[in-house]
Design a protein. Structure first.
Length: 494
């Protein structure tokens, strides 16, 4: 058999496989779009009859421990903590975990909030690096604030575990100290825990970029779309991920993960699964899956919810170097996580997560960068050999491009249907974000593809991961210029 006769049927099989593969992706994306619309409509309807004032007056409202790790956050730590202290909720504590910062983060907290070292009842239920001290304020205005100083654990998971060991309330909010939260965040997130018939394991909400917005005293005084093109791409990406994809999965009770930037969790379940895994590169998805496995093995009904409201704003990377570092780690975390949990694949024991979400994410997100790269090589070889059917190839590429634009545009539309009072005020700003969908597939997507492949290769070759030196410019206030801190904070997985 000649090489031409051998490769021709192989190429046909490949082309047909890719065609079916694309059809499945398109079908699932349309399904998620429909489910997200239904969930958003339900959410908007429920909010009309949800009286926040009734919650705050309730005598039996559960307490919440807000846990926020900090690593080298000197430039913004004071405003960040001030912002978290303004959360509107009748019963909460704020636990700041200074994860072995090498700058003056701890000293700034001591000076700003009149902190003194105290004896504290601390019985570790989950493992973390040793604690060096506990600090409370002598000012009664900050009586809800607890600062933990610990040895650096080289990852956010270790810092969260330390906060969990000190938390006194049955629910905890996992967030980043550099995030800005909506004042009513805790009131919105606690609602499913109070109203759902099944046990709620965790609740998340949409996250947006705070880049280019005006922030004063830890509060957003002027919400603006990011001017930096890379941050604006992330804004578009987050809208699509949080407002459409995750909300759609929430309708199926198969949310892939609750973001490390904002998530309210049932503390008892998290402690029962051993807390966060410091060895995981995708600790937010890892803890979500382990909670689902725990619920399924103990055979009780559970819910994991994703709210479409934007309740959290974070600063996204504005340089390709820092963005690449973040996305490579995300890719490594995804690769590590799925190979660790292959037993979930098509396993009915794990309900919608095992039968729907996990298989789709495994085949159509984890392997998508690999198959896309093979497709690019395939096109290059065909062009070089002069065998590329240009008409069919052009139609296929145009269809994929248009479908991508369509899904992203619908996501922006959905975003305007919920919580619109907290979004951009001008139509031109919304249009500016919407226009990114036309250049995202051409400029941003190839970069993300490159980062994914780099992450997979790094994980397979067991290269040492780089953790958490997330470059922050600091928040822009009306009176102060931004401050650049080249080595601060953790990043999180969207």
């Amino acid at each position: 058999m000649s090489p031409e006769n051998f490769f021709h049927p192989v190429l046909k099989i490949y082309e047909n496989t890719i065609f079916i593969y694309c059809l499945v992706i398109f079908a699932v994306q349309i399904l998620l779009m429909i489910l997200a619309r239904l969930e958003i409509r339900r959410n908007v309807f429920v909010n009309k009859f949800w009286d926040i004032k009734e919650i705050e007056k309730s005598a039996v409202i559960p307490g919440i421990s807000v846990i926020a790790p900090a690593y080298n956050e000197s430039s913004t730590i004071i405003d960040n903590v001030r912002s978290l202290l303004t959360l509107y909720y009748p019963k909460f504590e704020l636990i700041i975990v200074n994860d072995g910062s090498t700058d003056d983060t701890l000293q700034k907290l001591i000076d700003a909030y009149s902190l003194i070292e105290v004896d504290y009842s601390y019985e570790p239920a989950v493992l973390s690096q040793p604690i060096r001290g506990f600090y409370k304020s002598t000012n009664k205005a900050y009586k809800h604030l607890l600062v933990i100083d610990k040895v650096n654990g080289k990852c956010k998971a270790d810092a969260i575990n330390a906060g969990l060991n000190a938390a006194v309330f049955p629910y905890f909010l996992n967030t980043d100290v550099d995030c800005i939260l909506h004042r009513n965040t805790l009131l919105y997130l606690i609602r499913p825990f109070l109203t759902e018939q099944k046990r709620v394991l965790a609740v998340g909400a949409a996250i947006r970029m705070v880049n280019s917005s005006h922030v004063d005293g830890g509060l957003i005084t002027g919400l603006k779309p990011p001017r930096n093109i890379w941050a604006r791409f992330q804004e578009m990406e987050y809208i699509r991920a949080f407002v459409m994809a995750k909300v759609g999965w929430s309708r199926l009770n198969a949310v892939p993960n609750i973001s490390g930037a904002l998530g309210l969790f049932d503390k008892e379940v998290v402690l029962n699964v051993g807390g966060y895994d410091p060895g995981s590169l995708g600790e937010d998805m890892d803890i979500t899956i382990r909670m689902v496995k725990y619920a399924c093995r103990h055979k009780f009904d559970y819910i994991i919810k994703q709210l479409p409201q934007t309740l959290c704003w974070t600063e996204g990377p504005e340089t390709l170097r820092v963005l690449k570092r973040q996305r490579v780690r995300w890719a490594r975390g995804l690769w590590q996580l799925f190979w660790r949990n292959l037993h979930l694949l098509f396993n009915p024991r794990y309900r919608a997560t095992g039968l729907i979400m996990y298989p789709y994410t495994f085949f159509f997100e984890l392997f998508a960068p690999i198959l896309e790269s093979i497709g690019i090589i395939y096109y290059i070889v065909q062009i070089s050999s002069g065998t590329l059917p240009w008409t069919n190839a052009t139609i296929l590429l145009i269809f994929i491009y248009c479908f991508s634009v369509f899904i992203s545009t619908i996501s922006v539309l959905y975003d305007q249907l919920v919580f619109h009072q907290e979004k951009y005020k001008k139509l031109s700003e919304v249009i500016g974000i919407a226009l990114m969908v036309f250049i995202e597939p051409l400029l941003y997507h190839p970069f993300v593809l490159y980062c994914s492949l780099t992450g997979y290769l790094s994980q397979c070759t067991k290269l040492k991961p780089v953790w958490g030196n997330m470059q922050r410019k600091g928040f822009k206030s009306d009176s102060e210029p931004p401050v650049t801190d080249p080595e601060s904070s953790y990043d999180f997985q969207a």
